[in-house]
Design a protein around this ligand. Structure first.
Ligand code: ZN
Length: 301
């Protein structure tokens, strides 16, 4: 059998950008640097003497509004969009230098991070990429005021995500989208530009709780009870479910390698996403680490 193993990838050169944190509104500078094979995504708090926080599920501390990592008391918030861009663009190893406690929100999507990765260039390294292949279905669910939220992962030859959201809002309703992770061009075109969204009433409550302080129409789609506030409108009618897939890719990147499995998400959020991978990793018989094969879609040019 001839198999086409993929190699790990890193950036060709260092790139940087700056912005503000969605929840804290603090200014933050982000530098992305090439890293050796098997480094994974390593956050470095340059404002705290280079304290390192690996992007790993064992360091997840809270996930109510954004995915936050904590390592020995040092926090790093809203990591999911950057991690999504890295996984979506097939970058495996990178140092992520940050000089504050929250990642920049940019325009609320992963588009700027994708452009930064492209500006850096991506190169193959000497070591094969591994993948976490799912062998048995694992699922988590949560019932909240009669609403069932659920996410599962089951065996599949590719890394697929089937996502459904359901918001009783005229601009959203029920939206479903299926995406196969692995082809950078599709990620860049169909997922990365989808912006985060929130309901005006919810945003006001977040503000009272000292959250979403950096949020504005420049970095989120804001919904009123029957419409949206953004004058430019949405980028797609189903931008909402596409953004949910963006979040799932980012949260599941905390596994530390690509997955081989089919994810089915129904009204899920950051908390369930990280619970799923914690449960998956705990169930040792549910997965196997394999050499990553070039997927059909990735090989297609
Ligand atoms: Zn998001």
């Amino acid at each position: 059998m001839t198999s086409h193993h993929t190699r790990q990838r890193t950036l060709q050169r260092t790139v940087e950008t700056e912005g503000i944190g969605l929840h804290t509104a603090v200014p933050v500078r982000l530098r992305m640097l090439p890293a050796p094979p098997d480094t994974g995504y390593m956050f470095v708090r340059v404002d705290l003497n280079g304290f390192e926080i690996p992007a790993s599920v064992e360091y997840v501390s809270s996930c109510s509004y954004a995915t936050t990592l904590m390592h020995t008391g040092v926090l790093l918030s809203t990591v999911e969009h950057l991690l999504s861009a890295l996984r979506g663009m097939n970058v495996d190893n990178v140092y992520l230098e940050i000089d504050n406690l929250e990642l920049p929100i940019m325009d609320g999507s992963a588009g700027d991070f994708v452009r930064l990765i492209e500006a850096a260039g991506v190169e193959e390294q000497s070591v094969s990429r591994r993948a976490l292949e799912v062998r048995r279905m694992v699922s988590v669910e949560q019932t909240e005021r009669g609403v069932v939220r659920r996410i599962s992962i089951e065996p599949c030859a590719n890394y697929e995500i089937d996502c459904t959201i359901d918001f009783a809002h005229p601009r959203i309703g029920i939206q479903n989208y299926t995406f196969t992770v692995g082809d950078a061009e599709s990620y860049k075109r169909d997922i990365a530009p989808a912006r985060t969204f929130g309901f005006l009433a919810e945003i006001e409550a977040l503000r009272r709780a000292n959250l979403a302080r950096g949020g504005s129409l420049d970095n989120a789609v804001v919904l009123t009870p029957d419409s949206i506030l953004n004058p430019e409108g949405t980028r797609w009618r189903d931008e909402f479910v596409r953004h949910k897939i963006l979040d799932i890719i980012g949260d599941l990147a905390l596994v530390g390698m690509p997955l081989l499995g089919r994810v089915t998400a129904n009204r899920s959020g950051h908390l369930l996403h990280t619970e799923l991978i914690a449960k998956l990793l705990h169930e040792r018989a549910a997965w196997e680490i394999v050499e990553s094969r070039k997927s059909k879609i990735e090989g297609r040019k």
